[in-house]
Design a protein around this ligand. Structure first.
Ligand SMILES: [Zn+2]
Length: 475
């Protein structure tokens, strides 16, 4: 009898080890809208906001299974500030024990965002202080405020976490996104050459029309809690230069709330959209105006809604996180470059410098900033999150070209892989080696030597393969 009891206890223990711990998810959001009058981002020229078209949020998803913990935040901002992200990640690790390396904080890239960091911010702020004795367009420390709000979104999501089932869908969304770089008749490659430009020969790259969605459904109530979705198209359709707004991800949020209730949270990440936007150059129809976010958000919401009618049910939810730092050599600076760049961006060289002169100046000051922070080599962070046997997402820093995102998504060992960009660091472009040789706007912003994008792809695929192997062996 005693022997039988021992055998029985052993069987129970084996059974307990085999059952996967509950997979829990929490979602929450914090308002990060600054007051009207704050300086706006999204342009190389200074602009002051006059109001709010719709509120901006930091939206958080937290994940927990057994001892594994992770968090993803996407903010309605143009770019991510590395110091703000570092500060928020360290604070969350201290408060609730999610390791900083398992937290990714990105931006949707909405151009209806406040300016609050980076080289343009520094210049405009210094000019205001020199002129007025204070910076009236920035009456409080937005970086500290943002870090607090990101931490609040994560801790609120953590408090609300509950057991979930995962449903996924991978619909195609044609007709919305267009590669914005073109081979021209004169042999050059140009970005945004204009609608019906007769000198266009053909696009210089592809698009990625996949609109991947993960739905988190409360296991007990059956209610949908949140979605994570992403699409490889610039979130820059918001044309009201004077107002804050979340652009089409804000419309997607309100459309899905109509279906799933006011507490539902749509976390949308910008996919690899460095060379992709919403402008169809083959058509002469105007695409500037405040109706573009509504038009695009409504189309995406219809696709999401339709795809979720018949989703794939993730049979083995399983949380795993891997991250890596890809070393990218920072470009060199030459004597006099920094002073000239500062003068160009401060509008001291002419009243309105040519656009590419501004872009080149922006790159030079970014190189200076990165060299001050990191020396010769920029560590570029890649994070990979496994949510289940078939489901994963990757986050990358900066604005990554679509070819690189496609290489990750289509070579990933997970059938459903999302790639989300502008994570944990400021916004400049990561072109392909091919595009680096072709030049034009995006290439001129890059502060690191060509080839960094291809190394991000290698690192992301290595991490995804490790996570896949780990899920097969049951960790
Ligand atoms: Zn951009």
């Amino acid at each position: 009898m005693k022997c039988l009891a021992i055998v029985w206890a052993g069987l129970c223990l084996a059974g307990a080890l085999e059952a996967a711990p509950e997979f829990r998810v929490g979602a929450a959001r914090s308002d990060i809208t600054p007051p009207a009058g704050w300086r706006k981002a999204g342009s190389y020229d200074e602009a002051i906001s006059t109001g709010v078209a719709d509120p901006l949020y930091a939206k958080a998803l937290v994940f927990e299974q057994g001892a594994q913990r992770a968090a993803l935040v996407v903010c309605d901002l143009t770019g991510s500030s590395r110091p703000v992200c570092d500060r928020a990640r360290a604070e969350v690790e201290k408060l609730i024990g999610i390791p900083a390396t398992n937290i990714s904080i990105s931006a949707t890239h909405t151009h209806g965002s406040p300016e609050f960091h980076g080289v343009l911010w520094d210049i405009w702020r210094q000019q205001a202080i020199a002129r007025d004795g204070r910076d009236a367009s920035a009456p409080f420390d937005y970086q500290a405020f943002l870090a607090e709000r990101i931490v609040a979104a994560i801790t609120n999501a953590w408090a609300a976490r509950t057991a979930v089932r995962l449903e996924t869908a991978l619909p195609d969304q044609p007709g919305v996104a267009f590669n914005r770089r073109f081979h021209m008749k004169d042999g050059t490659v140009r970005f945004n050459p204009g609608k019906q430009n007769p000198d266009i020969v053909r696009p210089a790259g592809p698009t990625d029309t996949a609109l991947p969605i993960v739905l988190f459904r409360d296991t007990r109530s059956g209610n949908p809690l949140a979605t994570l979705s992403s699409f490889a198209m610039h979130v820059a359709t918001f044309y009201d230069a004077a107002k804050f707004g979340a652009d089409f991800p804000g419309v997607l949020q309100s459309e899905l709330q109509r279906d799933f209730g006011d507490r539902f949270i749509s976390v949308f990440g910008e996919g690899c959209a460095g060379d992709v936007n919403h402008i169809d150059v083959s058509s002469g129809d105007p695409q500037a105006g405040n109706t573009e976010p509504q038009r695009i958000g409504t189309i995406l919401a219809a696709t999401v809604r339709d795809a979720l009618r018949n989703p794939h049910k993730e049979s083995e939810p399983s949380l795993g996180i891997r991250s890596a730092m890809v070393p990218a050599p920072i470009l060199e600076l030459f004597p006099g470059q920094v002073e000239r760049a500062r003068a160009v961006l401060a509008n001291l060289i002419s009243s309105r410098p040519a656009f590419m002169l501004q872009v080149e100046a922006y790159r030079i000051l970014n190189i200076e900033l990165l060299r001050q922070r990191h020396g010769d080599t920029l560590p570029m962070e890649v994070q990979a999150f496994r949510l289940g046997r078939d489901t994963a997402f990757v986050t990358l820093p900066h604005e990554v070209f679509v070819e690189l995102g496609l290489a990750i998504r289509t070579n990933s060992p997970f059938a459903h892989t999302q790639v989300i960009t502008i994570a944990n660091d400021v916004d400049w472009y990561v072109p392909t080696l091919k595009a680096s040789a072709e030049g034009s706007y995006e290439v001129t912003t890059s502060a690191v030597r060509p080839g960094a994008g291809e190394r991000l792809v290698e690192a992301a695929l290595r991490l995804l393969r490790e996570l896949k192997a780990e899920s097969r062996t049951g960790e």
